[in-house]
Design a protein around this ligand. Structure first.
Ligand SMILES: NC(=O)c1ccc[n+]([C@@H]2O[C@H](COP(=O)([O-])OP(=O)(O)OC[C@H]3O[C@@H](n4cnc5c(N)ncnc54)[C@H](O)[C@@H]3O)[C@@H](O)[C@H]2O)c1
Ligand SMILES: O=C(O)[C@H](O)COP(=O)(O)O
Length: 386
């Protein structure tokens, strides 16, 4: 689905046993970008969905988990593209560049008068410099951390807020990024606020009238994360009364376009050829690895599981994270006199995944009856034999 860069699709085109078809009725896997899957009925054959990008709010992740469908994303693969657009936009809005270019284009037809009109008219677009201003960064993940570090190089003061920051990010973050202990502290300190969190029930509407009331007058908000993080009616009021100076959104809709001081951008955050290729390649490799070997990397609903694939027969079981699952699975294998060569069990929340390499040699595709035996264990969701 969507425009997936050829370099990613080539991962399958050049592989045995795979066909790429954007109209497949019964696919083993789906690769997509922002297409909305919430109303999609998945064929029972679907085993994995790979989001070539970061946000997975377009995928019914919980419903997928309950069916044992592994959902992947591509963490960090488009972060540089988003960071560059944010830094571009912070400077462009500070200099009223979008309005200035629009006004200038409208001078077409005024002939020799244009240079004079330009010199007389430019005073409407006097801007301000970002140097010395404070940028608040909410969410210091792959994108937020890059933005925070790079904004320091623009001589901005940077304050960040992320109660769930990963150890990796913390190591990479400049010590000159100040730490906000509460989001309100960041709101109150910032001239510019940029948000880089996933859309969840906890983050939806995080920009609302209570949030705006704590902010500096004229604060500029940049939203390259998801439109639903902002309560649009509260935003409309805050833009009208000048509490918010400008609202840059990568998620325009009928409601937001035309609001005073809105800068709508057509979801361009990740739209560079480099980013599209990084995401497509990562998504395709993760999908292929999972379908061929059962190994899981960068899934949002099952834990990472990796045993080097040696060609031994492999059993994979997605199941609920409840006691005695491994015991029941291994008991089923011993009923078939199967010896375990290697095994990993990894849980994530209420679900878990067990990967087992079998020592015995087999001819043919299946170990008769084993899939059914494993599937009949209560709380097993999906069993595969590879
Ligand atoms: N405009 C675009 O084209 C574009 C491109 C990529 C990503 N995105 C959006 O940006 C989001 C972030 O992308 P990323 O790659 O940086 O993701 P990420 O997972 O690397 O980082 C998200 C960060 O948000 C933090 N976080 C979660 N809830 C928080 C909260 N309530 N308050 C503060 N911090 C919180 C997490 O701890 C994490 O560090 C994605 O989920 C996606 O929606 C948009
Ligand atoms: O979450 C993401 O990665 C972005 O919103 C990018 O979306 P896109 O792949 O549709 O450009």
């Amino acid at each position: 689905m969507n425009n997936i860069a050829a370099v990613g699709l080539n991962v399958f085109e050049n592989a045995e046993n795979f066909q790429v078809n954007d109209e497949a009725v019964s696919p083993d896997g789906i690769i997509l970008r922002s297409a909305n899957l919430h109303d999609t009925e998945f064929d029972s054959n679907v085993k994995a969905i790979a989001r070539a990008g970061a946000g997975v709010n377009n995928i019914p992740v919980q419903a997928c988990t309950e069916r044992g469908i592994v959902v992947f994303n591509t963490p960090g693969a488009n972060a540089n593209a988003v960071k560059e657009l944010i830094l571009t936009t912070i400077m462009a809005v500070s200099r009223n560049l979008f309005e200035g270019v629009k006004w200038t284009n409208e001078l077409k037809g005024q002939g020799d008068m244009i240079p004079k009109l330009v010199e007389a008219g430019k005073k409407q677009f006097v801007g301000r410099e970002v140097k010395g201003k404070t940028l608040g960064v909410i969410g210091l993940g792959h994108i937020g951390a890059l933005v925070a570090n790079n904004a320091l190089d623009l001589d901005m003061d940077v304050i960040g807020f992320d109660p769930f920051i990963s150890v990796d990010t913390a190591w990479n973050l400049s010590r000159n990024v100040q730490r906000a202990l509460t989001i309100e502290q960041l709101f109150a300190a910032s001239d510019y606020i940029t948000v880089h969190v996933p859309l969840t029930d906890n983050t939806r509407n995080m920009f609302n009238k209570e949030a705006f009331s704590v902010m500096k007058n004229g604060a500029v908000i940049l939203n390259f994360s998801r439109g639903e993080l902002v309560n649009e009616e509260d935003m409309r009021a805050a833009l009208e009364n000048g509490k918010i100076g400008k609202y840059v959104t990568d998620f325009p809709n009928e409601n937001v376009i035309g609001m005073k001081n809105v800068i709508p951008i057509p979801h361009l955050g990740a739209s560079t050829s480099e980013s599209e290729e990084n995401c497509a390649l990562m998504a395709a490799r993760q999908m292929k690895e999972y379908l061929e070997t059962g190994n899981i990397k960068n899934s949002v609903n099952f834990g990472n599981v990796e045993i080097p694939f040696t060609g031994k027969r492999r059993v994979t079981v997605a199941h609920k994270n409840v006691p005695n699952m491994v015991g029941q699975i291994t008991a089923a294998l011993s009923e078939y006199s199967l010896n375990i060569a290697d095994m990993v069990n990894r849980s994530k929340g209420d679900y878990a995944y067990t990967l087992i390499d079998i020592d015995n040699q087999f001819n043919g595709d299946v170990i008769p009856g084993l899939t059914e035996k494993l599937s009949s264990i209560p709380d097993v969701i999906l069993a595969r034999i590879i």
